[in-house]
Design a protein around this ligand. Structure first.
Ligand code: SAH
Length: 262
């Protein structure tokens, strides 16, 4: 279970925090680290010294340019955030996140990502809106922001507690594997397709977005669609696009009959 939890650091600017993250991960038995567009040299003497012997985690880390590339195969993406944002998003506590892990990771292909933001500005709204849920570590409201590696430590610890509890219960044998959930990549293709279609039918004006796509994202991500369900939705979009492309007289009625007079 712990192998399939990915820690994603976006735009990190201090190598020491990358080393501290590696140490926190190795202490808790996590191995999978992804660095998105780091704003520093990831491997420096600061990294090695803060990693205290866990620098193999940094050597094994994948460095990519975008959040999408880091989480493309993940079925659950959770963003760690020190503060609340304009459009409220589903929130989960660190403890509840841990207790969901055994079920979330019961499918053999499932993988989850915990995403952490920049030291100075956290995660952007666009990044947060790519997450199924946000996790906030309850802190003093007057001083809510933890050091990046400390935040990783707290969530990695919750992952370990959940894993230990699962070991004590005798593994995940009783958990019913569910139908494969849509991956991040499949969801992003769906959102792009949905946006194109909504523009083509005149429902969505990108010049006047009114948070429409953000709200549709939140709704869809909350539902945790299976791959099959997303395929049905994409099928509906494809049929809609075909109908729009037809001259008006040749469009089909809702019952499927051709309305054109032939
Ligand atoms: N100044 C930034 C916070 C940066 S701390 C801001 O105001 O958003 C760096 C990262 O550590 C954050 O992006 C977040 O991923 C994580 N983090 C820090 N404190 C946290 C908290 N209380 N709960 C959840 N994540 C936290």
């Amino acid at each position: 279970m712990l192998d399939r939890i990915r820690i994603v650091l976006i735009g990190t600017s201090h190598p020491g925090n990358i080393g501290g993250t590696a140490r926190a991960m190795h202490n808790m038995g996590l191995v999978d680290l992804a660095l998105v567009a780091p704003r520093c040299e990831p491997l420096t003497s600061d990294t090695i010294s803060r990693a205290s012997g866990a620098d193999h985690i940094v050597h094994g880390a994948r460095t990519v340019e975008t959040l999408e590339q880091a989480v493309t195969d993940c079925t659950l993406v959770v963003g760690a955030s020190a503060r609340s944002r304009t459009l409220p998003w589903p929130m989960i506590t660190p403890r509840a996140l841990g207790s969901r892990l055994p079920e979330e990771l019961s499918g053999s292909k499932s993988r989850i990502a915990l995403v952490f933001g920049r030291e100075d500005s956290g995660l952007s709204n666009a990044e947060l809106q790519r997450c199924h849920a946000h996790v906030h570590i309850p802190t003093n409201p007057d001083f809510s922001s933890l050091n990046l590696a400390a935040a990783v430590q707290v969530l990695a610890y919750e992952c370990r507690l959940a894993w230990l509890a699962q070991q004590e219960e005798g593994g995940s044998a009783e958990i019913e594997p569910h139908q494969p959930l849509a991956s991040h990549e499949e969801l992003e293709h769906y959102f792009a397709h949905l946006e194109r279609t909504l523009i083509s039918i005149g429902f969505h004006d990108p010049a006047l977005p009114r948070q429409l796509m953000a709200r549709l994202r939140r709704f869809t991500l909350r539902a945790r669609p299976e791959r099959m369900e997303l395929n049905i939705l994409r099928g509906i979009l494809t049929s809609t696009e075909k109908q729009v492309a037809q001259p008006e007289g040749r469009r089909h009625d809702v019952d499927g009959s051709d309305t054109s007079s032939s």
